[in-house]
Design a protein around this ligand. Structure first.
Ligand code: CMC
Length: 378
């Protein structure tokens, strides 16, 4: 066995073999099953993309219709899940609520053999169908309201916005949200997907796999960055304040949220698409002052940090778009989770095809033969 050198954060070390997605960080390329993200974002929809990621091929019309039908049918939550959610403190973070809910699904849908394709299909459908309902239900419950039942006549994205805002969205914002879901659906072996893989490799149930990934996505260095971006833009406040704020931040060696990426050393292609979507939204529904601050910040960061390969990542413009869609900032990461569930499930399924439990090694840096000191003498 070849022993590799230790690299913090496993940077550059392959953790698996996968045919799900591909990133070229130097050229700014992202492909799902070989199809460019720009192509999918302009021609596809989220459920079609989820199907592609999970089953490896674009669905036929009949396959997509059946998949959409199954998802629509499974959107509702059992009343016991809703009762459980009612006991959550309203001050709790929605990502913690989502992690608990995802894990709780494992209580309701008993574990079956992981080589049973029907079980795999049911788990995929249940998770994709119920996670948006859970996110919207928590939002209404923490405001003291009853959750809104999903509407079977609305598509995946439109139904989520309807359940969240208690009103049917216009087709255009619903379409923009659907594109956002496609853009966030998958991104090779990032931290949460790695977490999903490690959990999957123990052959536990798929709800535990998704719950562990949700917990990992929540951190500010990963999915939590989109929420931090909006807080940062609010703190900067005006276009005039961008450069003084940035100078102070860089002098304190502070990170600029929504910038930098372990893999991309150019602008993240998803950030380019999201910026374009933001422009379209503002053109139709009125400009948002945070967008101007964001554009100025991108210019200033590029001048200061471009030489280090630090450019906007997917989280930089997503918050600006979500804010315009009426999504509260602490739901940005749960929305990311709704979408990334597709990628996690694709990796879960791929891991099961050729599973070996993850059991890496470590370089021990402690001492040996240390004495046990009785408590009274410490
Ligand atoms: N602002 C300022 N400096 C930065 C930033 C940033 N956002 N990102 C990296 N750097 C600097 C960093 O200080 C370091 O400089 P030096 O070599 O002089 O010490 C150098 O660039 C390398 O940074 P790193 O933190 O070692 O890079 P990494 O590959 O370990 O981290 C990252 C990648 C995404 C965690 C990091 O860029 C970061 O913290 N960005 C801000 C948080 C963020 O936007 N996260 C979302 C990531 S994309 C979506 C996702 O994964 O969910």
């Amino acid at each position: 066995m070849t022993v590799c050198e230790y690299r913090a954060g496993l940077e550059g070390i392959p953790a698996t073999q996968s045919s799900i997605s591909f990133v070229d960080g130097q050229r700014g390329v992202l492909e799902y099953r070989g199809i460019a993200i720009e192509e999918l974002a302009s021609k596809g929809n989220f459920l079609e993309t989820a199907y592609l990621l999970i089953w490896g091929e674009l669905p036929t019309e009949a396959e997509l219709e059946l998949f959409e039908h199954e998802i629509t049918y499974h959107r509702r939550l059992k009343y016991r899940v809703r009762d459980m959610m009612k006991c959550f403190p309203e001050s709790g973070h929605p990502m913690d609520a989502l992690q608990a809910c995802a894990a709780a699904l494992g209580l309701f849908y008993s574990r079956r053999a992981l080589d049973d394709p029907t079980y795999i299909r049911e788990a995929v459908v249940r998770l994709l169908a119920k996670i948006p309902t859970m996110v919207a239900a928590f939002q209404l419950m923490r405001k003291g309201n009853d959750p809104v039942q999903p509407r079977d006549d609305l598509g995946y994205a439109a139904n989520f916005l309807y359940m969240l805002n208690e009103r049917e969205p216009d087709p255009f914002p619903a379409h923009i949200f659907d594109v956002c879901l496609m853009l966030h659906a998958e991104h090779t072996i990032n931290a949460s997907t790695f977490s999903a893989l490690v959990t999957a490799s123990t052959l536990t149930d798929p709800y535990a796999v998704v719950a562990s990934a949700v917990g990992t996505l929540a951190g500010p260095l990963h999915g939590g960055a989109n929420e931090e971006v909006i807080l940062m833009l609010e703190e900067i406040g005006t276009v005039e304040n961008v450069r003084p704020w940035l100078a102070k931040q860089l002098a304190q060696k502070g990170k600029i949220m929504g910038f930098g990426h372990r893999v991309y050393k150019v602008k993240d292609p998803r950030a380019t698409i999201l910026q374009h979507l933001a422009e379209q939204l503002f053109e139709k529904y009125g400009r948002d002052e945070y967008y101007d601050v964001a554009v100025e910040l991108e210019k200033a960061v590029e001048e200061n940090l471009g030489h280090k390969g630090i450019y906007p990542n997917v989280d930089f413009y997503s918050g600006v778009v979500y804010r315009k869609l009426g999504i509260p900032s602490d739901l940005f990461t749960p929305v990311f989770a709704i979408s990334r569930t597709a990628g996690w499930l694709a990796h879960w399924k791929e891991q099961l095809n050729e599973n070996r439990i993850f059991r890496p090694t470590q370089i021990y840096t402690g001492t040996h033969e240390a004495a046990y000191v009785p408590i009274a003498q410490r």
